[in-house]
Design a protein around this ligand. Structure first.
Ligand SMILES: Nc1ncnc2c1ncn2[C@@H]1O[C@H](COP(=O)(O)OP(=O)(O)OP(=O)(O)O)[C@@H](O)[C@H]1O
Ligand SMILES: [Mg+2]
Length: 399
C-alpha cells in the first residue's frame, strides 16, 4: 500500500514537473508580452518576449512593482485596471503608448480571483500594435490628402467645365455673327420687292390725288396693301432678331416650319449661285428644344453644302432636304451633290477650328458647334457620310 502511494506521488510529481516545463516553455515561446502581477502590483512573472523588449532578464523583473517598471511612476496610475479588479470585474482591454516598451500596445488584462473571491493576481497580455497604428495613421493621412486632392480637382474640373461652357457659348455667338452677313444680304433681298411695292402704291396715290381720281375706297385699299407689306417686312426683322437673341429655354416648334424658315434665311445666296433646294417631308412633327440653335445647325449645314458646290463648280448643283420619322426619332437629312468629304478628313470635320476652306471667313467651328447643339444640348445624333457623289448630313432628334 505504502509502496503504491509512493509510486503514485512520484508519478504525480513527474506529471506536475512536466506540465510546469510545458507551461514555462509555452509562456516564453509566445510573441505577445506577458506579465503576471500580484494583488499588490508586484511582478511575479514576465515572459521572455517582455524581458527581451526591456533589455532585461525575466527573473530580474520579478519582485519589482509593475507601475515603476512599466510606467516609471511611484504609484499605480489612475487608469490602472489592476486596482479596479480588487472590487471584482472581468477582463478589460486597453490601448497604451508605453515609453518603457517603446511602442503602442493593445493590452488585455484578466484578473485571477481566488476561492474566497479576492484578487490573487492579474495577467497582462500585450500585443505590439505600433506598426499597425502607424499604418492606420498613414492611411488616414493619405485618405485626408486624397480627399483634399479630389476636392481640389473637382473644383478645378468644375471651373474648367464652366470655362469650356462659356467658350462654347462664345463659339455659338461667333458662328451666329458669321451667319449675320448672310442674313443681312437676305434681308436686303427680301425687302427690295416690298419696298418697290410700297413705292408704287405711294406713287399711285399721289397721281390719283393730283388727277382728283382718289376715292376713299381706293385710299383704304392702298393703305391696307401697304400695311400688309410693312407687316411682312417687320416679320423678317423679327426672325432676324430672334436668331441673335440668346436662347435660355426650350420651346416647342414644328420641324417643317423651322426648316423652311432656316432655308428662307439664306435662300437668296443659293438662288444667286443657281443652287436648287428641294424639301421632301413625310412628317409635320412638333419637337421641343432650342429652336434658334437648331435653326443655326440647319443653316450651317446648308452653307457648308453651298460652299462645297461652289468650290467644286458642280453642274446642276442641288441640295435635297428631307425629314421623316424613324421610330421615336425625327430624322432630317441634308444631302448635296458637291463631291462629298474625302474619307481621311471625315473623322476631323467636327473638330473645332478644322477647315479646308480657303476663305478667311471660314473658322472651322460650324460643324463643331452643330454637333454640340444636336448631341449635347438636345440629346440627338449628328452624323455625316458620302452618298452619290455628295455629302449627306443626318440629324436625329428625339421626338
Ligand atoms: N457638304 C460638305 N461637303 C464637303 N465637305 C464638307 C461639307 N460640309 C463640311 N465639309 C468639310 O468639313 C469642314 C468643317 O466644316 P465646318 O462647318 O466645321 O467649318 P467650315 O465650313 O470650314 O468653316 P465655318 O463653318 O466656321 O465657316 C469643312 O472645311 C469641309 O472640309
Ligand atoms: Mg461651315
Amino acid at each position: 500500500m505504502t509502496e503504491e502511494k509512493s509510486d503514485f506521488s512520484e508519478k504525480a510529481y513527474e506529471d506536475v514537473k512536466r506540465a510546469k516545463l510545458e507551461y514555462e516553455h509555452a509562456f516564453d515561446a509566445v510573441s505577445d508580452l506577458i506579465l503576471i502581477v500580484d494583488a499588490d502590483h508586484t511582478i511575479t512573472m514576465a515572459n521572455s518576449a517582455l524581458a527581451d523588449r526591456m533589455g532585461m532578464d525575466a527573473s530580474g523583473l520579478t519582485g519589482l512593482k509593475c507601475y515603476e517598471v512599466m510606467h516609471g511612476m511611484g504609484k499605480p496610475p489612475v487608469f490602472c485596471p489592476h486596482s479596479a479588479f480588487k472590487n471584482g470585474g472581468k477582463s478589460v482591454s486597453v490601448e497604451l503608448e508605453l515609453d518603457s516598451l517603446k511602442g503602442i500596445f493593445e493590452i488585455i488584462i484578466s484578473p485571477i480571483i481566488g476561492d474566497e473571491g479576492g484578487l490573487i493576481s492579474t495577467v497582462h497580455i500585450a500585443r505590439d500594435v505600433t506598426e499597425k497604428k502607424r499604418n492606420e495613421k498613414l492611411i488616414a493621412a493619405q485618405q485626408r490628402e486624397l480627399k483634399e486632392l479630389v476636392a481640389s480637382q473637382e473644383s478645378r474640373i468644375e471651373k474648367m467645365v464652366s470655362e469650356l461652357r462659356s467658350k462654347d457659348d462664345y463659339l455659338i455667338q461667333h458662328s451666329r455673327l458669321m451667319a449675320m452677313s448672310e442674313m443681312i444680304s437676305n434681308i436686303a433681298h427680301q425687302w427690295r420687292q416690298p419696298l418697290n411695292n410700297i413705292g408704287l402704291i405711294v406713287q399711285g396715290i399721289q397721281i390719283a390725288f393730283k388727277t382728283g381720281e382718289l376715292t376713299e375706297e381706293e385710299l383704304e385699299a392702298d393703305t391696307n396693301e401697304t400695311m400688309k407689306v410693312i407687316k411682312q417686312m417687320s416679320e423678317t426683322i423679327d426672325d432676324f432678331r430672334d436668331f441673335f437673341s440668346h436662347e435660355e429655354e426650350e420651346s416647342s416648334f414644328r420641324i417643317s416650319e423651322l426648316l423652311s424658315n432656316s432655308i428662307s434665311f439664306i435662300e437668296p445666296s443659293f438662288n444667286r449661285r443657281g443652287i436648287k433646294i428641294t424639301v421632301d417631308e413625310t412628317i409635320t412633327k412638333t419637337l421641343i428644344g432650342y429652336r434658334t440653335e437648331l435653326k443655326q445647325v440647319f443653316i450651317n449645314i446648308l452653307l457648308n453644302a453651298r460652299d462645297a458646290l461652289v468650290e467644286n463648280k458642280t453642274e446642276e448643283p442641288c441640295i435635297k432636304v428631307s425629314f421623316s420619322q424613324e421610330g421615336e426619332r425625327a430624322v432630317v437629312t441634308i444631302k448635296d451633290n458637291g463631291g462629298g468629304i474625302s474619307e481621311d478628313i471625315l473623322p476631323k470635320i467636327y473638330d473645332p477650328y478644322y477647315t479646308t476652306r480657303k476663305s478667311n471667313t471660314a473658322s472651322g467651328i460650324g460643324l463643331y458647334m452643330a454637333k454640340m447643339i444636336v448631341e449635347r444640348k438636345m440629346g440627338g445624333v449628328l452624323s455625316a457620310r458620302n452618298v452619290d457623289g455628295g455629302a449627306e448630313f443626318k440629324i436625329e432628334l428625339l421626338g
